[in-house]
Design a protein around this ligand. Structure first.
Ligand SMILES: [Zn+2]
Length: 145
Protein backbone atom coordinates (compact mmCIF):
# COMPACT_ATOMS: atom_id res chain seq x y z
CA UNK A 1 0.00 0.00 0.00
CA UNK A 2 1.24 3.48 -0.75
CA UNK A 3 0.74 6.44 1.53
CA UNK A 4 -2.17 7.86 -0.47
CA UNK A 5 -4.11 4.61 -0.07
CA UNK A 6 -3.30 4.62 3.65
CA UNK A 7 -4.42 8.23 3.95
CA UNK A 8 -7.67 7.55 2.10
CA UNK A 9 -8.51 4.53 4.27
CA UNK A 10 -7.56 6.37 7.46
CA UNK A 11 -9.68 9.43 6.70
CA UNK A 12 -12.59 7.22 5.65
CA UNK A 13 -12.40 5.26 8.92
CA UNK A 14 -12.01 8.42 11.00
CA UNK A 15 -14.85 10.15 9.17
CA UNK A 16 -17.19 7.22 9.80
CA UNK A 17 -16.23 7.20 13.49
CA UNK A 18 -16.61 10.98 13.80
CA UNK A 19 -19.97 10.85 12.05
CA UNK A 20 -21.37 8.27 14.46
CA UNK A 21 -19.86 9.93 17.53
CA UNK A 22 -20.92 13.38 16.29
CA UNK A 23 -17.39 14.74 16.51
CA UNK A 24 -16.83 17.77 14.24
CA UNK A 25 -13.60 17.80 12.21
CA UNK A 26 -10.83 20.12 13.36
CA UNK A 27 -7.33 20.61 11.97
CA UNK A 28 -5.98 18.90 15.11
CA UNK A 29 -8.07 15.78 14.45
CA UNK A 30 -7.00 15.73 10.80
CA UNK A 31 -3.35 15.98 11.85
CA UNK A 32 -3.78 13.03 14.25
CA UNK A 33 -5.36 10.93 11.47
CA UNK A 34 -2.74 12.01 8.91
CA UNK A 35 0.21 11.13 11.14
CA UNK A 36 -1.43 7.92 12.34
CA UNK A 37 -1.99 6.82 8.76
CA UNK A 38 1.66 7.17 7.71
CA UNK A 39 3.64 6.77 10.96
CA UNK A 40 3.75 2.95 10.86
CA UNK A 41 5.80 3.03 7.66
CA UNK A 42 8.62 4.97 9.32
CA UNK A 43 10.33 1.54 9.34
CA UNK A 44 10.65 1.49 5.52
CA UNK A 45 13.54 3.36 3.91
CA UNK A 46 11.60 4.22 0.74
CA UNK A 47 8.71 6.01 2.47
CA UNK A 48 8.33 9.76 2.68
CA UNK A 49 8.05 9.71 6.48
CA UNK A 50 11.32 7.77 6.84
CA UNK A 51 13.13 10.17 4.50
CA UNK A 52 11.68 13.09 6.45
CA UNK A 53 12.82 11.54 9.75
CA UNK A 54 16.37 11.00 8.45
CA UNK A 55 16.56 14.55 7.09
CA UNK A 56 15.09 16.06 10.27
CA UNK A 57 17.45 14.08 12.53
CA UNK A 58 20.51 14.93 10.45
CA UNK A 59 19.56 18.63 10.21
CA UNK A 60 18.86 18.80 13.95
CA UNK A 61 22.19 17.26 14.91
CA UNK A 62 24.00 19.51 12.43
CA UNK A 63 22.27 22.58 13.89
CA UNK A 64 23.02 21.56 17.49
CA UNK A 65 26.67 20.83 16.70
CA UNK A 66 27.07 24.04 14.68
CA UNK A 67 25.55 26.24 17.38
CA UNK A 68 27.89 24.56 19.86
CA UNK A 69 30.78 26.00 17.77
CA UNK A 70 32.03 22.63 16.52
CA UNK A 71 32.61 24.02 13.03
CA UNK A 72 31.04 23.22 9.67
CA UNK A 73 33.11 20.09 8.97
CA UNK A 74 32.48 18.36 12.31
CA UNK A 75 28.83 19.47 12.34
CA UNK A 76 28.34 18.06 8.84
CA UNK A 77 30.05 14.79 9.84
CA UNK A 78 27.79 14.57 12.92
CA UNK A 79 24.70 15.13 10.73
CA UNK A 80 25.80 12.46 8.25
CA UNK A 81 26.61 10.04 11.09
CA UNK A 82 23.14 10.64 12.54
CA UNK A 83 21.49 9.89 9.20
CA UNK A 84 23.55 6.69 8.90
CA UNK A 85 22.66 5.68 12.47
CA UNK A 86 18.93 6.18 11.87
CA UNK A 87 19.22 4.12 8.70
CA UNK A 88 21.15 1.30 10.40
CA UNK A 89 19.05 1.22 13.60
CA UNK A 90 15.73 1.25 11.74
CA UNK A 91 13.60 -1.74 12.81
CA UNK A 92 12.68 -4.43 10.32
CA UNK A 93 9.78 -3.42 8.06
CA UNK A 94 6.40 -4.33 9.48
CA UNK A 95 7.72 -5.22 12.90
CA UNK A 96 7.37 -3.00 15.96
CA UNK A 97 5.82 0.02 14.21
CA UNK A 98 3.19 -2.30 12.73
CA UNK A 99 1.96 -3.64 16.05
CA UNK A 100 -0.99 -2.87 18.27
CA UNK A 101 1.52 -1.83 20.94
CA UNK A 102 2.60 0.96 18.58
CA UNK A 103 -1.04 1.96 18.13
CA UNK A 104 -1.48 2.12 21.90
CA UNK A 105 1.74 4.12 22.30
CA UNK A 106 0.59 6.59 19.63
CA UNK A 107 -2.86 6.98 21.19
CA UNK A 108 -1.42 7.50 24.69
CA UNK A 109 1.19 9.95 23.38
CA UNK A 110 -1.52 11.96 21.63
CA UNK A 111 -3.55 12.08 24.84
CA UNK A 112 -0.56 13.12 26.95
CA UNK A 113 0.29 15.87 24.47
CA UNK A 114 -3.24 17.19 23.87
CA UNK A 115 -5.41 16.03 26.82
CA UNK A 116 -8.10 15.56 24.20
CA UNK A 117 -9.75 12.14 23.84
CA UNK A 118 -11.11 13.08 20.42
CA UNK A 119 -7.57 13.57 19.12
CA UNK A 120 -6.57 10.17 20.55
CA UNK A 121 -9.61 8.49 19.00
CA UNK A 122 -8.82 9.96 15.60
CA UNK A 123 -5.18 8.96 15.94
CA UNK A 124 -6.37 5.45 16.75
CA UNK A 125 -8.60 5.40 13.66
CA UNK A 126 -5.73 6.51 11.43
CA UNK A 127 -3.14 4.09 12.79
CA UNK A 128 -5.55 1.13 13.08
CA UNK A 129 -6.72 1.68 9.50
CA UNK A 130 -3.07 1.44 8.41
CA UNK A 131 -2.57 -1.89 10.20
CA UNK A 132 -5.84 -3.33 8.95
CA UNK A 133 -5.11 -2.27 5.38
CA UNK A 134 -1.60 -3.79 5.54
CA UNK A 135 -3.08 -6.99 6.96
CA UNK A 136 -5.22 -7.28 3.82
CA UNK A 137 -2.07 -7.35 1.70
CA UNK A 138 0.00 -9.68 3.88
CA UNK A 139 -2.17 -11.12 6.67
CA UNK A 140 0.77 -11.03 9.06
CA UNK A 141 -1.06 -9.47 12.01
CA UNK A 142 -3.26 -12.41 12.59
CA UNK A 143 -0.72 -15.18 11.97
CA UNK A 144 0.05 -17.39 14.93
CA UNK A 145 3.78 -17.79 15.59
ZN1 LIG B 1 2.61 -0.26 6.59
Amino acid sequence: MNYLQHLAAAFLAAHAMNFFLKIPWTPQLAAAVFLGAILADVDHSKTKIFKFLVAAAAASVFAIAYTANLGVLISTAAGIATAAAVFLLKPKHRSVTHSWVAVLAYVVLLFVLTRNIRVSLNGFAGYAAHLLLDSKTSGFYFKRK
